[in-house]
Write a protein that binds this ligand. Sequence first.
Ligand code: NAD
Ligand code: ISE
Length: 340
Amino acid sequence: MALKVGVIGTGMIGQDHIRRLTKVLSGVEITAVNDIDVERAKEAAPYGAEVFETPKALIESDNVDAIVICSWGPAHEEQLLDCIAAGKPVFCEKPMTTSEEAAIRIVEAEAAYGKRLIQVGFMRRFDADYRRLKAVVDSAMIGAPLMYHSVHRNASVPSHYTSDMPLNDTLVHDADISRWLLSDEIVGVEVRYPRRSTVGGGELKNPVIVLLHMESGAIVDVEISVAITYGYDIRGEVSGETGVASLPNRPATVVSDVNGIRQAMPEDWRERFIEAYDQEFREWIIAAGEGTATGPSAWDGYASTLTADAALRAAESGQYEPLKMIKKPALYLEAPAVAA
Ligand code: NAD
Ligand code: ISE
């Protein structure tokens, strides 16, 4: 029987996820939608889906088995807590929350419930190129990882995107992928602003360079640029003791003409990560059908929000800002290896 899903937030990514859940993937049916903008919810609702007035009513509906949250970051906490109270599996877009305190409330509520219900939308973990890169790092082929260079460039950002968002909205992807790729934890953050780009009027504090200090001593440098105009350019390179492993250029047709030899650049995140989003939902549908969640957890959401908070402090102070994590609840500990 198809998993009955309710979608909260029917903006840019909400509509893209509705498209993949209705037109690309199987074993799933959208039965409900909600948005504070009711007209937008009505327009986005697939045939037969009910438009709910509030997220809570959607979450509690008997016609909804699992929820997809695509509202704005600050709205996620209340909606996630309602999902946990209803005992329903939930996919939540990043950032899981926009404050450390809210992230802790979510982690504690899920730990008290006693079973994983939350998958956070860190789609890079489902991207085939990142998965191959991690396999190389894990195999020790390049020795211990010493540095990771993460480049995160957006062609442009919407008008509501403010100067704190490179750090509390965009950086969370780089924070999460660094922890996952290097199997390491972030312990401190530094932030530097180079010469400001005048593209888009020069109002935004853009670009920004962030240094993530890892528990092992490895350092990650992250370039975040949000108005490069030429496309969506995501790069990653791990420098190890005895070798270097990098993400490939996106496979794309090679065009040779009077302007030279070149490959097309993805326009935005929708195009660059299209297969990764499909795969994150394939895996979510299977786990949600079993009443639980796998993949990036509420703990991972907490770790990336903690990093974002530290980065905001570091941007203000100009200093190294340490992270202090709460004790990891047993729910998020790796399962112990089974003795042979
Ligand atoms: P958007 O502004 O296009 O859409 C957000 C929608 O949520 C809007 O329609 C808004 O009316 C609705 N909304 C806001 N608060 C609400 C509430 N309390 N209840 C119900 N509806 C509410 O934004 P977007 O670009 O679609 O981003 C949505 C979320 O997805 C953000 O958290 C963003 O960071 C994340 N996102 C993730 C990726 C990714 O690559 N994983 C890409 C883009 C956006
Ligand atoms: C957006 O919300 C995303 O999550 C994209 O993946 C990211 O590249 C972009 O910077 C964010 O604004």
